[in-house]
Design a protein around this ligand. Structure first.
Ligand SMILES: *Cc1c(COP(=O)(O)O)cnc(C)c1O
Length: 393
């Protein structure tokens, strides 16, 4: 098979020449004309049973060809049989949880994970019970009714790495889902390490331009069938325009990820020498993190977190002072973003959970984009210096 970057450009486009088009077709239909009732009924039955496609899509809640094309492309990049896309990362997680509920009511999850994912599991909203544990105690947390083990690596926002193969080993027969949003398939392919599901908030790197909210999960065809059934019944759909934009975004994914990563590495180096910065969190900065990085990732990525020596006041001052970075949640866009996890993305966590996972009031999370790294450094430098001066005054 060809290299990743080649696949990223060509996946899900095999039939375009035969169709006589060059750009991806965008099908906005909500309904499809029925030519014969028997054939239509057969298509309907197939889609309701969770089949990936049928001769007639019938109704857009059951199937959309533009979204299916993106799903096929993403499945190729993850080395999966299938992928299923949803209207957001949270809709994706919810669908997986609902599909797994048939196998038991208990989830094992390793903190930290994305704030709203933590909140969803802690709230018990979907009727599931969650045991929170750390990466080396997963085996002890597994019960007879455990239906899923959930990990996120690199984790949001501390950039902690979890050894995927080791968690898979501990989970035994219980399927493991990896939220691989921060890594993208460019840097990490969890299914090759034994995970059963890999999910992305496609809102982030896959879309990459800050204009699509979406989620996707790649898995076996059998598990995908159950997810399509949940999607058809609960309606957490991805709009076809989103599917089109995500598919288009895949073509530049490896270029974007690699360029942003190179800039992030440079900024990590410079930030770690600045007196206003008490700590820099980035994959591979400690011995154990480096060991996991080398084992399962092809690079550390473009997300990092810093802790300001001046605490919350300094973090707030930096957010006010940045000019090139946009002070905003989300990540993985072409432009650089900076945000305060304790105050925003991870605000829904309990104080205890925030403390135990190291999400301090002094922490800022940075998502490095495609601007020139010297311009990004100049912006951070002036903001850090201004923050220092503000606090000293
Ligand atoms: C943003 C994010 C999510 C949630 O995705 P939405 O598209 O916002 O619903 C889940 N996991 C991670 C790691 C995220 O960064």
């Amino acid at each position: 098979m060809s290299h990743f970057s080649t696949q990223a450009v060509h996946a899900g486009r095999d039939d375009l020449n035969a169709l006589g088009v060059h750009a991806l077709p965008l099908d906005l239909s909500t309904t499809y004309p029925v030519t014969g009732l028997e054939a239509a009924t057969a298509s309907f039955d197939a889609l309701v049973a969770g089949e990936a496609s049928a001769p007639n899509p019938i109704y857009a809640r059951l199937h959309n060809p533009t979204v299916a094309r993106f799903e096929n492309a993403l499945a190729t990049l993850e080395g999966a049989e299938a992928a299923v896309a949803f209207g957001s990362g949270m809709a994706t997680l919810s669908a997986v949880l609902l599909a797994r509920k048939a196998y038991g009511q208990h989830i094992v999850a390793v903190r930290p994970i994305y704030g709203s994912a933590d909140h969803l599991l802690s709230s018990g909203l979907l009727g599931l019970e969650t045991t929170w544990t750390c990466a080396d105690k997963v085996a002890e947390a597994i019960r007879a009714d455990t239906c899923l083990v959930l990990i996120e690596t690199p984790a949001n926002p501390t950039l902690q790495l979890v050894d995927i193969a080791d968690v898979v080993r501990q989970a035994g027969a219980v399927p493991v889902m990896v939220d691989s949003t921060f890594a993208t398939p460019v840097l990490q392919t969890p299914l090759a390490l034994g995970a059963a599901y890999v999910m992305h908030s496609a809102t982030k790197f896959l879309g990459g331009h800050g204009d699509v909210i979406a989620g996707v999960v790649a898995t076996s065809e059998e598990r995908a069938k159950a997810l399509r059934q949940v999607r058809a019944l609960t309606g957490g759909l991805l709009h076809p325009l989103g599917g089109y934009l995500l598919h288009r975004g895949l073509a530049t994914l490896s270029v974007r990820v690699e360029r942003a990563q190179a800039s992030a590495q440079l900024l990590v180096e410079r930030l770690s020498h600045h007196p206003a910065v008490a700590a820099v969190h980035y994959p591979g900065r400690t011995l154990s993190s480096r060991a996991i990085l080398n084992k399962q990732m092809r690079g550390p990525g473009s997300l990092l977190a810093i802790e300001l020596a001046g605490g919350y006041a300094a973090a707030d001052a930096v957010l006010r002072a940045v000019e090139l970075f946009t002070p905003a949640v989300s990540l993985g866009s072409v432009d650089s973003l900076i945000q305060h996890p304790a105050g925003l993305t991870h605000r829904v966590l309990s104080e205890e959970s925030r403390q135990s996972t190291g999400i301090t009031p002094a922490m800022l999370r940075l998502s490095i984009g495609l601007e020139h790294p010297d311009d990004l450094w100049a912006d951070l430098l002036q903001a850090l210096n201004l923050a220092n001066a503000t606090i000293a005054a």
